[in-house]
Design a protein around this ligand. Structure first.
Ligand code: ADP
Length: 548
């Protein structure tokens, strides 16, 4: 029997048309350091059409790639819709990539046009000579004048974004698109290796956006919401938020380059944001500022989402004290990213630690299995750990120009994360495969050690890496940043930790730094720390192990 349903394509233009018509009065706010500039969805939509028409006039068509090198702002959002709607591919470039990596990803993705913010133009200009495929740069003035000397270094035609739009009368003929065609691409941030390109389809983007509110029912992005979009739009499409918010009519507050604790805390209050999402290091900075500024009114805020790295319990309790709930999500560039979100299950109180300290509950549309060390599938008993594998319509099946067979297992993506799942589908990540510490043949969870150390009131940041050890093969080295003015010692911390983890886990090696190095998306950078440790650049204190 043949189904009789219409074969409507699940595309980004379908999201765009819906938001533009149904939520025309929802708003996009862009912060300039002092105030927010506002535009309605209807106004943004009209500009998207003009941008698309202008790009088409410049020769951008189906299958071409357009890079963006921009902060989170209204123009970046315009590119998010205009480029895929033309049948071209939106390639969001990470502003914090090393110059060589930047040139490499632009060349590999074959970016034809790059839309770039004037504040970051000098970063791009440094490597523009190595970018082989870029024919034109379109510059958005986002807070800095465009210097002629920088423009001269670009070696290609440079156009002004607003002039381009002003020259378009409006109205554009959109092509018919296949939902399985490429729509956007994002490179992994390279925390554990070289960046690899993940290419999202229209269909995967649509399904991920559509599934999102269902996955996060406690913190949806609906038309009564105002979302502070902290996750960079080059980091897994800001976790899909621009598409979710546009589809469901949530206002978006774009912080541009003002991503420090103070402006973010102030924006949450001044814009009366109802929800925001970011990595734990950001929420830690914001919490520090909020504690010092109890006058800030956050009564509109319904909660925060943390993801991208383990959420330290200390942050959960810190925000609890301010009456703000923090939820956790888990995913990766390869998974669009949302695979699991921590939501209270039936019968559980909102502050019940059983779900709040889990990494997340598997969302509909994603399948998960745990593969134990011996290759067998582990039971969902909340205790047995193994590598997490996932599959589903918004999970990648390969990388750009790189099928990377080692990353897949019978069609499932090997996430490189180690964890367990309980009988209700709550996932708990204990480590990354590349970060686990194997001491005397047994695993030590770096995440649990970090959480334990960070729960000390005098610790601002902590991260734990494995270092070679003659006797045990590998032992943990704890790298700690003290809270300002605190004098806590390694002995104090070891004693504090002794009540929280198994005795043989207690690190003998400690190093104190002013800040833990961060990756391009704000996570603790263990790769850099491991390099520094092996080069002998960390001042490591040895704490004599007390007899057990
Ligand atoms: P990168 O791999 O370069 O860090 P991604 O943003 O794609 O860039 O990172 C995905 C990884 O981040 C996951 O594989 C996992 O290790 C980690 N991660 C994401 N969310 C969480 C979470 N809630 N708890 C612990 N780790 C997380």
């Amino acid at each position: 029997m043949r189904a009789t349903m219409q074969d409507a394509q699940l595309t980004i233009p379908a999201i765009f048309r819906h938001g533009a018509r149904v939520h025309s009065d929802s708003r996009v706010l862009t912060f300039d350091g002092e105030a927010c500039r506002e535009a309605s969805f209807a106004e943004v939509a009209a500009r998207v059409e003009r941008l698309a028409a202008a790009l088409r006039r410049l020769g951008v068509g189906e299958g071409d790639t357009v890079g963006t090198f921009m902060w989170n702002d209204q123009q970046h959002l315009e590119a998010y819709f205009a480029v895929p709607a033309l049948g071209a591919v939106l390639h969001t470039l990470n502003l914090r990539l090393f110059p060589q990596q930047l040139a490499h990803v632009v060349n590999e993705a074959e970016d034809k046009v790059v839309v770039v913010g004037s504040t970051v133009l000098p970063l791009l200009a440094r490597v523009a000579g190595e970018m082989k495929t870029v024919e034109r740069y379109v510059v958005v003035e986002d807070g800095a004048p465009v210097e002629a000397s920088i423009v001269g270094q670009l070696g290609a035609e440079v156009l002004d974004y607003e002039e381009l739009l002003a020259a378009e009368p409006g109205g554009v003929e959109w092509p018919e698109l296949d939902e399985r065609a490429a729509a956007a691409m994002c490179y992994t941030s390279g925390t554990t290796g070289d960046p690899k390109g993940v290419v999202y389809s229209h269909r995967s983007t649509w399904l991920h956006a559509f599934a999102y509110n269902n996955a996060a029912p406690d913190l949806p992005l609906g038309d009564r919401d105002r979302a502070l979009v902290v996750v960079p739009m080059f980091h897994v499409n800001a976790w899909g938020w621009p598409f979710v918010a546009w589809m469901h009519g949530s206002d978006m507050v774009m912080p541009s380059r003002f991503l420090q604790g103070e402006p973010l805390a102030r924006l949450l209050a001044s814009t009366r944001a109802t929800v925001s999402a970011g990595v734990p290091t950001i929420w830690s900075e914001v919490l520090g500022y909020l504690r010092e500024h109890p006058e800030l009114d956050l009564s509109a805020l319904r909660g925060l989402i943390s993801g991208g790295a383990a959420l330290p319990p200390k942050l959960v309790t810190g925000y609890d004290e301010l009456g703000i709930l923090v939820f956790q999500g888990w995913g990766m560039t390869e998974t669009s990213p949302v695979c699991a979100v921590s939501v209270p299950p039936r019968g559980a109180a909102r502050d019940d630690p059983s779900w709040r300290l889990a990494t997340g509950r598997i969302v509909p549309g994603v399948e998960v299995r745990i593969i134990a060390d011996d290759g067998s599938e582990a039971p969902w008993d909340g205790a047995t750990t193994g590598e997490i594998e996932v599959r589903g319509p918004w999970i990648t099946g390969g990388y750009h120009f790189d099928p990377a067979p080692e990353k897949f297992h019978d069609g499932w993506l090997r996430t490189g994360d180690i964890g367990s799942v309980d009988s209700r589908g709550f996932l708990r990540i204990s480590d990354r495969l590349k970060d686990v510490i194997k001491s005397g043949g047994e695993w030590i969870s770096s995440v649990e050690l970090e959480n334990g150390i960070m729960s000390h009131p005098d610790v601002a940041e902590a991260t734990v890496i494995g270092v070679p050890d003659d006797k045990w093969g590998e032992r943990p080295l704890a790298v700690v940043v003290r809270r300002e003015g605190a004098e806590v010692t390694s002995e104090d911390l070891r004693r504090f930790l002794a009540d929280r983890v198994a005795r043989w886990w207690l690190p003998e090696r400690w190093a104190f730094l002013d800040a833990v190095p961060k990756t391009s998306v704000g996570k603790f950078d263990k790769k850099v720390l491991r390099q520094r440790a092996s080069a002998g650049e960390l001042a490591v204190e040895a704490v004599r192990a007390e007899p057990s």
